[in-house]
Design a protein around this ligand. Structure first.
Ligand SMILES: [Zn+2]
Length: 289
């Protein structure tokens, strides 16, 4: 996961979702409850393209950073679940924060219904994700400091401290890191909860990250052995390309590069339009000129 810039909603966004919002409110008033089918899904699907970025070729899941389109499409996740809230068993104190294995996840159980229904058609509550992260893992999970809320009311979100990272609002690099084989590690409690909420430690993802991690490792080794400045510049350009925002597993690439080359995380080395001058002037140590 990397920090992303939230796309700008269309100027008439509120008017475009007004009918859907009113339908949901009316159903809740009349029936006293909300089911998944009560939320018109075109109310968010119609805006998916805006979240896909300038080129669909570069689209990836905003949680796991995988590219699932060979066998599935991306979908809109409601960061705060709309229909219900579920919760995983507490992470055992004996589990080190940095090691969150699939077996540490446990089974989710429902603790509240409905969920944040009033945020179903809220631009800031949408994240573009793959079906595995959203449907199979996250679902209605929304861990918060102090536990998942047992009851939610309009406006309560302002007082919450979510443990699930939001790529638009948080800096995932502060909470997650990766080793040189692509295993994901938690630096904080929020990192650990995000890993198990979205299943970022799942085997299939780990295998996909391994090959990218190995490639990055080869480039870093070659950089260390490069003789000329031209060779080093070319290798840096290839490393930078692998960690560009639109590339799969860019967060992992950046984490591995910081680990080996000792670059401080506030350097904008991997920006879409890299500020090379800033990167070079800010680097400590001796490996990057
Ligand atoms: Zn995903």
């Amino acid at each position: 996961m990397i920090r992303l810039r939230r796309p700008v909603p269309p100027s008439d966004f509120d008017a475009l979702v007004q009918d859907a919002r009113e339908k949901v409110r009316r159903t809740l008033d009349e029936a006293g409850e909300l089911k998944e089918k009560d939320f018109p899904c075109n109310g968010w699907r119609r805006f998916k393209r805006a979240f896909e970025g300038p080129s669909t070729r570069d689209t990836k899941c905003m949680y796991c950073e995988g590219d699932p389109r060979a066998c599935a499409s991306l979908e809109m996740d409601h960061y705060r679940p709309k229909t219900a809230l579920t919760e995983l068993p507490p992470l055992a104190a004996s589990v080190p924060r940095c090691v969150v294995a699939p077996a540490d996840r446990g089974t989710a159980r429902e603790v509240a219904r409905p969920g944040y229904w009033w945020l179903a058609y809220t631009w800031e509550n949408w994240v573009l994700t793959c079906e595995r992260c959203n449907g199979h893992y996250k679902g209605n999970l929304f861990p918060c400091a102090g536990g998942t809320p047992r009851r939610v009311t309009q406006g309560c979100e302002a007082r919450e401290s979510p443990l699930l990272l939001n790529p638009f609002d948080d800096d995932p690099e502060e909470h997650l890191s990766f080793d040189d084989e692509g295993y994901i590690l938690a630096k904080t409690t929020r990192g650990a909860e995000t890993i198990r909420t979205c299943g970022l430690h799942r085997d299939v993802l780990q295998r996909a990250r391994f090959f990218v991690a190995a490639h990055v490792g080869e480039l870093i080794d070659a950089y260390g052995e490069a003789v000329t400045q031209r060779e080093r510049d070319e290798l840096l350009a290839r490393i930078r390309a692998l960690g560009a925002s639109e590339r799969p597993f860019a967060g992992m690439v950046r984490s591995i590069v910081w680990g080996y080359l000792g670059m401080p995380s506030d350097v904008h080395f991997f920006d879409v339009e890299p500020r090379v001058d800033v990167a070079r002037s800010s680097v400590g140590g001796s490996q990057i000129p």
